[in-house]
Design a protein around this ligand. Structure first.
Ligand code: DC
Length: 223
């Protein structure tokens, strides 16, 4: 079967995009590219450079200067990929709560989006890639043959987030996790809408394996 050159997976925070994207890429022997890491890497670099994150011009200028690379995992420590900024491994630091709290602001700057989208497109145009983000189907790769938009309820996303964190010594109350996801939805709203030709996949009550099976069946459907 001829699989799509590019597969776009978009959706809100906590919908399970990265788990699904990584599994689907493995299944198809495609590159898995989580575009959110670029916004996170830039946010961390701006913080480390001591920039005032509300200084839009300074953050946009930094976006054009720093070199962000995403490579296959270089360590066997549970990572799905390695992220480098100017050659430094930032794979885990970009997941910190400090970055989490600021990344939506940085991702809202048009100059940042212009630069990072351009870099994402260069990778997408090589093909055989599953690209995960918010605006892949609408802005980054509108020509992708398969666009999936994950629709997952806030309650289900909060439940999954808590499950992921179940080994932490102090679990936050579900109301707090829910509120923080709702805040992220608000901040990301400007990029968070499905392309007109996206397939909406409701993942409530579906496991990642079931989601992959659903997509494989969708790709195999008679056209
Ligand atoms: O998916 P994530 O949580 O790693 O995304 C981090 C931030 O980057 C989030 O605020 C949304 C933003 N983002 C974006 O605006 N466009 C993308 N293609 C991917 C992420």
């Amino acid at each position: 079967m001829q699989y799509p050159f590019v597969i776009a997976i978009d959706g809100p925070a906590g919908a399970g995009k990265s788990t699904l994207g990584a599994r689907l890429a493995t299944r198809l022997d495609y590159l898995y590219f989580d575009t959110g890491v670029m916004y996170r890497a830039l946010t961390l670099a701006a913080m480390q450079a001591g920039l005032e994150l509300h200084d839009q011009a300074a953050v946009e200028a930094l976006a054009t200067r720093i070199v962000i690379e995403v490579t296959p995992p270089t360590h066997d420590d549970g990572r799905q990929y390695t992220v480098l900024t100017d050659g430094n491994d930032v794979t885990w630091p970009i997941r910190s709560p400090e970055v989490e709290a600021q990344v939506s602001l940085v991702a809202s700057y048009p100059g940042v989006r212009r630069e990072l989208v351009r870099q994402q497109q260069a990778i997408g145009h090589r093909g055989r890639v599953v690209m995960v983000g918010r605006d892949i189907g609408t802005i980054v790769m509108p020509e992708a043959e398969l666009k999936i938009f994950l629709a997952t309820s806030l309650d289900e996303r909060a439940r999954r987030r808590l499950h992921e964190q179940r080994d932490l010594p102090h679990l936050p109350p579900v109301t707090q996790v829910r509120a923080s996801l709702a805040r992220r939805d608000d901040l990301d709203q400007h990029v968070l809408h499905p392309a007109d030709d996206a397939v909406i996949l409701n993942t409530d009550g579906r496991s990642p394996d079931e989601e992959v099976a659903w997509i494989m069946a969708y790709l195999a459907r008679p056209t």
